[in-house]
Design a protein around this ligand. Structure first.
Ligand code: HEC
Ligand code: HEC
Length: 291
């Protein structure tokens, strides 16, 4: 009997040992991926701003891409929740106030951060959806920058983002990849498709709005369960039975056709209330075109 206990004991101890070793290796791989600082092939020079560009940039920052959803209403930066087993994620202060990047960022720095996911100091950004924003055309990106560069300075010094064990495991195992490891550093940015209720424009906007951040890159729901969970938006999901008008109403008011309300803490519809009819019907056309 004693012998059996000893064998079982040694067996369990080795299993625990192997698991700990695996956790150690995977989290080490995660740390290494975050520490790698990729370089970006292209620099960027924005077009000289005018007033119509500024209004367009405001719509991009506050409605379409909702930078304010993470970086705060004045883009003064904010911690995204409390520190937990995933770590602490802090969206940077984008203004030129104390603790902000606005005062020192060149066009090339904005380009690296927003379209490639690499911070001003060269760090790999975690939790910044740059893999979607890489779709920005130069023209729209210039408009976005014209708005960001004239933000009133807000002093807000914040702690740095600190990914912890669970985040490193997800990154190490390749379940979540930071944007800079997904975006091609040599990427040449496409021009904006013409505005209209077309599939092409809808696809472009779906990227700028980062719908796939929660609904999955293929918009069929996320690759792994866990925050943030967005349902299937293709014809295999609930939307198959919705009309276009019902879709427009749901995204702008949060009310599904059956009258239930989308949780605004999960699905950021209050931010989408100012999307235009053309913008939403193009997104609808794109979602309907998906396999
Ligand atoms: C889902 C939340 C989220 C959204 C939406 C978002 N960001 Fe971020 N952003 C972050 C986080 C988190 C960081 C910091 C990551 C880190 O430090 O590793 C960040 C970092 C940045 C940085 C890097 C600055 C530095 O410290 O070097 C810039 C610039 C930036 N974001 C601009 C934007 C702009 C512009 C938009 C809208 C087009 C936007 N972000 C939308 C979460 C977000
Ligand atoms: C920050 C995460 C997030 C983003 C970004 C996001 N969604 Fe959602 N969305 C959700 C979640 C979570 C739900 C489910 C909410 C609930 O059950 O209350 C949802 C629900 C929906 C629904 C209802 C689907 C159903 O089956 O009932 C639609 C339609 C929708 N989202 C469209 C969009 C579109 C279009 C975009 C981009 C313009 C978008 N979402 C961006 C998280 C998100």
């Amino acid at each position: 009997m004693k012998k059996l206990f000893r064998i079982v004991g040694i067996g369990l101890a080795s299993i625990v040992g192997v698991l700990l070793l695996a956790v150690g290796i995977i989290s080490f791989l995660g740390s290494k991926k975050i520490a790698a600082s990729p370089s970006v092939a292209h620099d960027f020079t924005s077009q000289a701003p005018d007033s119509s560009m500024l209004a367009h940039g405001e719509q991009l920052a506050t409605v379409v891409s909702r930078c304010i959803g993470c970086h705060g209403v004045g883009l003064q930066g904010a911690a995204l929740g409390e520190e937990d087993a995933f770590g602490l994620f802090v969206a940077s202060n984008l203004t030129s106030g104390k603790g902000g990047v606005g005062g020192s960022f060149t066009d090339g720095d904005w380009e690296k951060a927003v379209r490639h996911g690499i911070g001003g100091d060269g760090r790999v950004l975690v939790g910044m959806p740059a893999e979607f924003f890489s779709a920005y055309s130069d023209e729209d990106f210039s408009a976005l920058l014209s708005y960001l560069k004239q933000l009133p300075p807000i002093d807000n010094e914040l702690p740095k983002t600190k990914p912890a064990l669970l985040a490193k495991l997800l990154i190490g195992a390749g379940i979540y990849s930071p944007p800079s490891l997904v975006v091609d550093p040599e990427m040449v940015h496409a021009t904006s498709p013409p505005t209209g209720s077309t599939i092409e424009y809808g696809k472009y906007l779906t990227n700028l709005a980062a719908c796939g951040e929660c609904h999955g890159v293929a918009l069929k729901g996320p690759a792994f369960e866990g925050p943030p969970p967005g349902p299937d938006l293709t014809r295999t999901g609930a939307l198959a039975t919705w009309s276009e008008a019902e879709f427009l109403h749901a995204v702008r008011s949060g009310a599904r056709p059956d009258g239930t309300i989308l949780d605004p803490n999960l699905m950021p519809w209050p931010g989408f209330t100012r999307l235009t009819d053309t913008q939403l019907s193009s997104i609808w056309a794109y979602l309907n075109s998906l396999p």
